[in-house]
Design a protein around this ligand. Structure first.
Ligand code: AQP
Length: 348
């Protein structure tokens, strides 16, 4: 008879890359959920700087961006004392486990990853090996804490599936030493992606078919968390729409990606759903809707921007938060890594 599957202690892990200004997509797709989940779970939130260097970064800018993301975490309402906020490169076990997982993951699995194809573009031969291996490092980020829940935007769904495949294959490949060491039928949990709500994929304000992204050249395509009220109002006024009035129900948003996106953003910011928003605005032109949307956005985002500005002026405080978080993260990761080394058969 095989050993029973262990019940893993619930733990949340997620990360954000320090690759530039955080935008509304990062906020609604990730940060809002990060804040929410800390009410019910122990949480580990990471500034994933090792991921950032999979594409070229200017070192001084990278340093500033790491602090900026940590500031955004805190300004959004993450409690860095109760939970863990740190940057990935301070905990070497992420990279260490990634090597073990490189030997577990299959080439065919990685060849299917759509984000690599999008990011590498036509010049694939020139992409870094790190960019190709990004999803394996992401699996290590999550599993080095044996995390059970991962709040992310919809674009990370495929990477989460790969994380589960890697965990499953490790558990199968090493089933005998895992059981012999008293871990039961599985050392790693199969982490659950938390992808919920009306804004799991916020789209560009200029093109409803493209994801809102930090690396999109046009600043008009996104709302940055640090945009002031004038910039927000202007970007929403200029946001692409279609000539029809807003529909009365969600069905009417089909085939209207820009309208769908703006209604989803409104619903997420208001903490409601698209149907409720359309009950209020259905049948109206975009003009009054856009004014209400910009006002709501300013109300929600401006306190965060103000707190980020305050924190930006105190880098020593942010560095202290990251150091303290790294120490606590390392304690968990090191214990799990020791167990992995024993399971794999390394001498330590
Ligand atoms: N448009 C989006 N809608 C909803 N969620 C989003 N996320 C990113 N864009 C959207 C979620 O934000 C978290 C952090 O993402 P990331 O910065 O680590 O990486 P990314 O997904 O590559 O973000 P960008 O903005 O597109 O960055 P660049 O342009 O540098 O590639 C993740 O949970 C992600 O799902």
């Amino acid at each position: 008879m095989s050993a029973p599957a262990p019940a893993f202690k619930p733990l949340v892990f997620s990360g954000v890359q320090p690759t530039g200004n955080l935008h509304l997509g990062n906020y609604l797709g990730a940060l809002v959920k990060f804040v929410d989940m800390q009410k019910t779970h122990d949480c580990v939130y990471c500034v994933v700087d090792l991921h950032a260097i999979t594409v070229a970064q200017e070192p001084r800018e990278l340093t500033a961006n790491i602090r900026e993301i940590a500031a955004a975490f805190i300004a959004s309402g993450i409690d860095a004392k109760k939970h863990i906020v740190f940057n990935q490169s301070q905990v070497a076990e992420h990279a260490e486990l990634a090597w073990v997982f490189n030997c577990v993951a299959r080439l065919g699995w990685l060849n299917r990853m759509t984000q690599f194809k999008e990011k590498a573009g036509k010049d694939r031969e020139n992409a870094s090996i790190g960019l190709y291996d990004y999803p394996v490092l992401m699996a290590s980020d999550i599993l080095v804490y044996r995390a059970t829940h991962v709040p992310v935007g919809d674009d990370q769904k495929q990477h989460l599936e790969l994380t589960r495949d890697i965990a499953q294959k490790f558990n199968n490949d090493y089933a005998a030493p895992i059981a012999a060491a008293g871990h039961g039928a599985a050392f790693f949990p199969l982490p659950e992606p938390i992808i919920q709500g009306p804004a799991t994929r916020v789209m560009s304000l200029r093109d409803g078919g493209k994801k809102m992204s930090k690396s999109e050249p046009s600043d008009y395509s996104r709302i940055n968390l640090t945009d002031d009220a004038d910039a927000i109002a202007q970007k929403i006024r200029k946001a692409k729409t279609d000539p029809e009035p807003l529909p009365g129900d969600v069905e009417g948003l089909k085939g209207r990606p820009e309208a769908d996106n703006l209604v989803g953003i409104f619903a997420a910011l208001a903490g409601t759903d698209k149907a409720t928003v359309l009950r209020d605005f259905g049948g109206q032109t975009f003009s009054p809707f856009k004014t209400a949307l910009a006002d709501l956005m300013v109300t929600k985002l401006s306190p965060i921007a103000a707190e980020m500005r305050r924190l930006r002026a105190d880098p020593a405080f942010i560095d202290g938060v990251l150091r303290d978080g790294s120490d606590r993260a390392r304690a968990i990761a090191a214990a799990n890594m020791k167990a992995v080394k024993d399971i794999v058969g390394f001498v330590r």
